[in-house]
Design a protein around this ligand. Structure first.
Ligand code: SAM
Length: 427
């Protein structure tokens, strides 16, 4: 079994591994790293808007490395093409050509090569449907109390965004590696759109997550979630479906049940409109689910940075007009420095002895001390920049309502008898 780079990426990149090329904040490109093809070196190059990156420059380097863009020389590319076509009119200098392609470093840009995580995968994946974003799935998995070793049912799989996050949350080891002793964490994912189902399945295999995620092609409204007599035995359920209430009737404790009879089952349904929530809540009540709560997440990212305070800053009196030119700005800044130095008694000494004595007396006064501190704070802001924050305009989450509920564990006659004996009051 190849280990999943999502769980055990190792210290360096390697051929066949999924890597996330971080082009800039919020721009990630997933790439499966390949060993170069000797017959066509031009084939194993990733082209981005920040330059070209041959796979050779990305392989066997520590994760997190910064790689500078390279550009395959046109001459080399032409040679590669000729070699590929196998034409007799090979370039005359082919004789002294070694087989490795020549890449010329260009100053166009760079990427960081990062190991895959569910967050980066969500940011870079190909959208086949609406997806659940990181702020939502973090909250969902935490609220469902999903832990390593748990079994999670997910429907529909869609683009596989939630699937990857759930896989990491339940991962407790691979089958056949002693993980059974702990209980193997698993995600049972359901999708009724065949091409989508195939795409998620292929990605799961490519990412080495097959032992942890099982993707099932099924209409869960009609056929439910039961997979043979023993599976899935789920502890938690996440439904991202247009009509979750149609699937709820398949999540009862009546055998054969897809739920773990030994644990309390937690559920979350993800719905974009309140009418859907109402229908879901009604059905949950009818089917005996308890602790029903609905949340709406309003996720905002705050962009916090220091902003240079221009000379127009009027924190210090006397420099509060806009500068027309760089020279004027510099003159004003010098003036500002001088005034501040003077204020601290380090500037030009123009005071008479009587004035100095009076200043000395004043300096011990509380007002004066406070004024000094205020002036120092202002100067600090001017030097370091003012701390400002803005909310991000483009919020990467679509408004949805998250409905949570709990189904108590199964309660048998034997359980009742056992508890009666245990807690019986002796008279
Ligand atoms: N949670 C997914 C993600 O994070 O990428 C996105 C799910 S997408 C919004 C909803 C998916 O549910 C679609 O792919 C759709 O084909 C699937 N679906 C809808 N009805 C279904 C049903 N009855 N059984 C199984 N899948 C269904």
């Amino acid at each position: 079994r190849k280990p999943s780079p999502f769980f055990t990426p190792g210290p360096t990149t390697y051929p066949g591994s999924l890597a996330m090329l971080s082009l800039k904040r919020d721009l990630q490109m997933p790439v499966v790293l390949q060993t170069p093809n000797p017959t066509d070196p031009t084939a194993s190059v990733i082209h981005t808007r920040f330059g070209s990156f041959p796979h050779t420059t990305l392989l066997n380097i520590p994760w997190g490395s910064q790689v500078i863009a390279s550009q395959q020389s046109k001459r080399d590319a032409a040679r590669g093409k000729k070699r590929k076509r196998g034409t007799a009119d090979a370039a005359p200098d082919d004789a002294d050509d070694n087989d490795s392609p020549v890449f010329e470093t260009a100053s166009s840009g760079f990427v960081h090569v990062l190991p895959p995580t569910p967050e980066l995968w969500t940011a870079g994946l190909q959208h086949r449907t609406q997806v659940v974003y990181t702020p939502d799935y973090s909250f969902v998995l935490q609220r469902l109390r999903v832990r390593p070793g748990d079994v999670v049912i997910e429907a529909g799989a869609g683009s596989g965004s939630f699937t990857h996050a759930a896989a990491r949350a339940v991962f407790s080891g691979y089958p056949g590696e002693g993980a059974e002793k702990r209980r193997l964490g698993q995600v049972f994912s359901f999708e009724y759109h065949e091409p989508r189902c195939e795409s998620v399945r292929a990605e799961i295999a490519e990412h080495g997550l097959e032992g942890v995620v099982e993707v099932n092609y099924r209409d869960v409204y009609e056929e439910g979630f039961t997979l043979g007599p023993e599976a899935p035995r789920a502890d938690a359920v996440f439904l991202d479906l247009p009509a979750p209430w149609l699937a709820l009737r398949h999540l009862s404790r009546t055998e054969p049940s897809p739920l773990n009879p030994a644990t309390t089952t937690r559920i979350c349904t993800f719905s974009p409109c309140i009418e859907q929530v109402q229908r879901t809540v009604t059905t949950l009540r009818e089917l005996g689910w308890t602790s029903i709560v609905m949340y709406e997440l309003q996720h905002r990212r705050l962009d916090v940075r220091r902003e240079l305070v221009s000379v127009a800053y009027d924190g210090l009196r006397g420099v509060n007009s806009n500068a027309a030119s760089v020279d004027e700005a510099l003159t004003r800044l010098r003036h500002l420095e001088e005034k501040t130095m003077e204020f601290h008694g380090k500037g030009k000494d123009t005071d008479t002895p009587a004035k100095k004595e009076k200043k000395g007396k004043d300096a011990v006064g509380r007002d004066k001390q406070e004024a000094i501190r205020r002036r120092e704070r202002e100067l600090q802001v001017w030097k370091e920049g003012r701390l400002v924050h803005r909310t991000e305009q483009d919020i990467k989450t679509h408004t949805s309502y998250l409905t949570f509920a709990v189904l108590p564990r199964a309660w048998s006659k034997e359980d009742e008898e056992r508890c009666r004996k245990k807690w019986a009051v002796k008279t």
